[in-house]
Design a protein around this ligand. Structure first.
Ligand code: CO
Ligand code: CO
Ligand code: CO
Length: 325
């Protein structure tokens, strides 16, 4: 089962009541749904929650919030308000929940987003996340379906959080490596989104559970193009390569699902696995026209997105094919 198998089922939901106002729905596995209110304003809506990815409850809350907000940023939207989703065990100290929500609120404040409520249920396995509502001008929506041959691909965060989090869960990760991974996961994609809006791009998505290549594949398929990914240019977190043996099952499944679309001309099987590693709160992946590349990278640097890197190109070819070069 892959994210797109799940989406196949969900897409059988009956069509929208006001289909002309549904600007982005389930068709292309986009990051958020978008509904037009009027000619100037559309609502951007998304929800994301997951089981703890790190031991520290405050960091978990920060990461869950950064991750939930990211789907609004990936559409070029401005998040406005959010609701907590809490699953919490009866026998766990409530101060832990206070830390989780406290961490999330720190990130919401940083993003200028108001927490307006939420819902909690008792559950033996803790889960936390947020439903986020934002706005976007109906003409300024960035989807995953506009990539064109000749565009450059730009990735704004290094990869490796899947393998590092798994190593950490087994108690086998270097605390310095974990600390850096937590810092990157808790970083908002807001500045990357601002740079994107300033320069304008053809397509964007964020890199999460389907891994870099999975989300790139979604973009390629929705845009009816093929991609080239330059394996030596893809930024990795310190330690990611050392922990590739901890590759989570989900990352393996990503690789398996994509196998018929991947053509590897360079790098090892392990490298390819890291490109499929399921990310938590990963960066934005953008397709930008050639003359927009330098302005985009310089806007990123100016706004503090140090790790934004060109990682490949959009080419003509069978939709969804990804060549690793
Ligand atoms: Co997303
Ligand atoms: Co999401
Ligand atoms: Co309720």
């Amino acid at each position: 089962m892959s994210p797109s198998d799940l989406a196949q089922v969900l897409r059988q939901i009956p069509p929208a009541v006001n289909p002309e106002e549904l600007l982005v729905g389930l068709d292309n596995l986009d990051d958020a749904g978008i509904y037009r209110l009027n000619d100037e304003v559309a609502l951007v809506q998304t929800v994301d929650f997951f089981t703890p990815v790190v031991d520290d409850p405050r960091a978990y809350g920060q990461i869950a919030a950064a991750n939930a907000l990211s789907d609004v940023y990936a559409m070029g939207g401005q998040p406005l308000c959010a609701m907590n989703i809490v699953c919490f065990p009866r026998d766990l100290d409530l101060s832990v929940l206070g830390e989780i929500v406290g961490g999330a609120v720190e990130k919401l404040r940083e993003a200028g987003v108001t927490l307006v409520g939420g819902h909690s249920v008792e559950d033996p396995v803790p889960k936390f996340g947020l439903a986020v509502t934002g706005t976007v001008h109906p003409d300024k929506i960035v989807t995953n379906s506009g990539a064109r041959p000749g565009d450059y691909l730009v990735l704004t965060k290094p990869l490796g959080t899947g393998v590092i989090n798994t190593a950490a869960k087994r108690g086998e990760a270097d605390p310095k490596v974990v600390k850096e991974a937590v810092r990157v996961m808790a970083t908002l994609n807001r500045a990357a989104c601002e740079a994107m809006k300033e320069v304008g791009v053809n397509a964007c998505t964020d890199v999460t559970g389907f891994g870099l290549l999975g989300h790139a594949w979604e973009m390629a398929r929705a845009s009816r193009v093929a991609l080239r990914v330059r394996i030596d240019d893809v930024p990795l977190l310190p330690g990611a390569r050392d922990y590739v043996k901890y590759l989570p099952g989900g990352s393996r499944a990503n690789r398996e699902y994509l196998s018929e679309y991947l053509v590897r001309r360079k790098g090892s099987r392990e490298d390819e696995m890291l490109l499929c590693d399921a990310q938590t709160s990963g960066g934005l992946l953008m397709a930008v026209r050639p003359e927009g590349l330098e302005p985009l990278l310089s806007a990123m640097r100016r706004l503090g997105v140090e790790e934004a890197t060109p990682v490949g190109e959009v080419v003509e070819g069978p939709p969804g094919r990804i060549e690793i070069i």
